[in-house]
Design a protein around this ligand. Sequence first.
Ligand code: 26Q
Length: 832
Amino acid sequence: MSHVPAADTAYGVGTAPSGAAALAFQHEVVRNLICRQARYPDIATSHDWYMALAFSVRDRMLARWAASTKTYAEKDVKVACYLSAEFLIGPQLGNNLLNLGMQSEAREAVSALGQNLDELLAIEEEPGLGNGGLGRLAACYMDSLSTLEIPAIGYGIRYEFGIFDQEIRDGRQIEITDKWLQRGNPWEIVRPDLSYYVCFGGRTESETDAEGRLRVRWVPARQVKGVACDMPVQGYRVDTCNVLRLWKSEAVESFDFQDFNSGEYYEAVQEKVVSETLSKVLYPNDEPEAGKRLRLAQQYFFVSCSLQDMLRLADAKGTPVQRFAELFAAQLNDTHPSIAVAELMRLLVDEHLVSWDAAWDITQRTFAYTNHTLLPEALETWGLPLFESLLPRPLEIIYEINRRFLDEVRRAFPGDEARVKRMSLIDESGGRKVRMAHLATVGSHAVNGVAALHSDLLKQTVMRDFAEMSPQQFLSVTNGVTPRRFLMLSNPALACLLDKTIGADWATDLARLDALVAFADDIAFHDAWRSIRADNKTALAARIKSLTGIDVDPNALFDIQVKRIHEYKRQHLNALYIISLYRRLSRTPDLDTASRCFIFGGKAAPGYAMAKLIIRLITGIAEVVNSDPAIKGRMKVVFYPDFNVKNGHAVYPAADLSEQISTAGKEASGTGNMKFMMNGALTIGTLDGANVEIRDEAGAENFFLFGLTAPQVDEVKLAGYRPAEYVRANEDLRDALDQIAQGRFSRGDKETFRPLLDSLMQHDPFLVLADFADYVACQERVSEAWHDARQWTRMSIMNTARSGKFSSDRAIREYCGRIWKTRPVRIELGQP
Ligand code: 26Q
């Protein structure tokens, strides 16, 4: 264990790193280089130095981790457990240095060793253990939990391969395996001692025990071992260090290798391979695909390990299982971990011999469920044959939960068998399926949506019957993002200006940004604001140049849409506008409109053909527009490859305009919208998800609103939506679609975009064409506003000033107060 210098415990912004602290840290780095990397300085590569630095930072966190764990074990505390199949945590080194208050110290130390901190930071491979919003939300919440000093554990899966790396070749997405572990992960601590067995397949047997109780025994076809891989989650300038506990699967050797003697060596090895496959790879789609057995196995695997771990912790504390719900609050991040409801029942009833009623009470008091989608195709279900063959005992438990639940429904709504059918945990229409959202809802005391509009729509649509039966169970917690990573770390110059202008407290009390309103018309402040934004744009332009070869003018309006590629997010609406603007500029190169740089980024699910075609359309437009001298560089189009957390750091601070243009009612919340707002971008958006609240906070005059509202979308559809009518009525739109059809953006090929055009013209399920005219008109208002630089800067400042609500600290305080009933616990760092 390393010596922790006393200076390290003295926090506070502006604390100059004492030369002594930097020197001590420098020694630690060298010690780690030698003792952990087995390298000596003269021959160490940058990667060696990165590893040595990371281990030295980790040592600092481990001292706090030990203190936190000890405190939780000894004190009467309630722990928030965040169960999520994804944690998109992003690069760790920079964030950990920030949270430990060690940035300057580390910079000084490595530079004395002949290294540059920024270069070392750039080396880190990002752990891409998530798809997008939902996984990143889990990571932001872990940051806030530690920062708010709430005892917490994040439980998930330690995927060997995270989300694929995206390359663009010939204008198309190519998926490259993500090898984030290839050079080792210095942040993780593998704990072979913390492991649990998880059963799969086989059958169940019933017997009556000595006390006359009916007992069910699950005789599995195979077992898999889950081993804990821990990553520390350091709070911002507090001594709380919580843990993200990710499970990796291994073969159960004693179990598999029994067959050795009978000469079935290869079969046994095969079993080992299959077992290790469980945590191999993250499913790269953000919607369920039917029948993916391995995906269900992954979910059950991590949930079972996590609940067994919680039961072990309770036991270690000497807390009887009857008091489990007083020790833990478990949040289900979407339905992916919702099998936990059946698994906790199984562990309590089958293994801890708790009565059904007592176990059910514990279960409901323990769990709460967050819903992240209204899209019917994204609601998770599993076919019964698959479920039964993989998880026979949990399925029996689900049947029993359902039987008792439907009795309750019948009591509450006598004679309403249609309702009973709708609410059943088993969908009996067509192939029979388990409805995971129903299981999560029935097994939880609270269900929440992720933005006000989303939570309202939940109660009116997919959860309507449940909300009618127990309205008090439904609430709303608007998402938030961590200002540490998405403001301080990614926009340090702006953070520094904020410190100087309103003091440093905003970092943990984001509502204080409101004090910026007083500077919204301050000329000197405007100049500082604009100069920082210009630098951020220049830096992004340089990255774009080196990644894509495209020259973009930092003085142009940076109009950015970064998010997963999805039809409902409507990147193609943006593309259609770009085509129409291009036509106008081609005809009138001196047109009095803002010069724009349109930047897109985002991954498409590998099997989602339409999303991939949208990428192809954007790159096709870029090819044509960027090489056309006639428009004199007045517009540029960029597809920024491999958008991820790391790249996001350079993107959000450089945006003038944030595109949040989903069909109203489809985006549950959005969180990128919040990251842009914090960094001073203006939003062009529909009344969808958290955009509604962003506009309320920023003020309507500081937000570019367009498009149908959610109720209007329903009306248009109900009235029989005919997209072709909108095409007939709008020449710009007709022309844009026609150019695509003529192969203008596909090197003359008229077939490339046919599926996209057919979908738009015939069904247009997300009302792209219906919203086109209003979007174009709104973009014109954007261009006009851009002409008045003072006014634009004012609006930009107002957006940052009013972004306080969208801190994940606020969201976590709501979860703690309204759902989990957890409290902060101060960690005192004792002398090591
Ligand atoms: C499910 C089953 C099988 C395979 C994959 C999945 C799966 C994986 C990921 C389903 C959904 C996801 C991710 C969903 C997601 O990111 N939703 C977003 O959540 C954000 C945080 O609440 C919201 O801001 C976004 O609006 C919502 O789209």
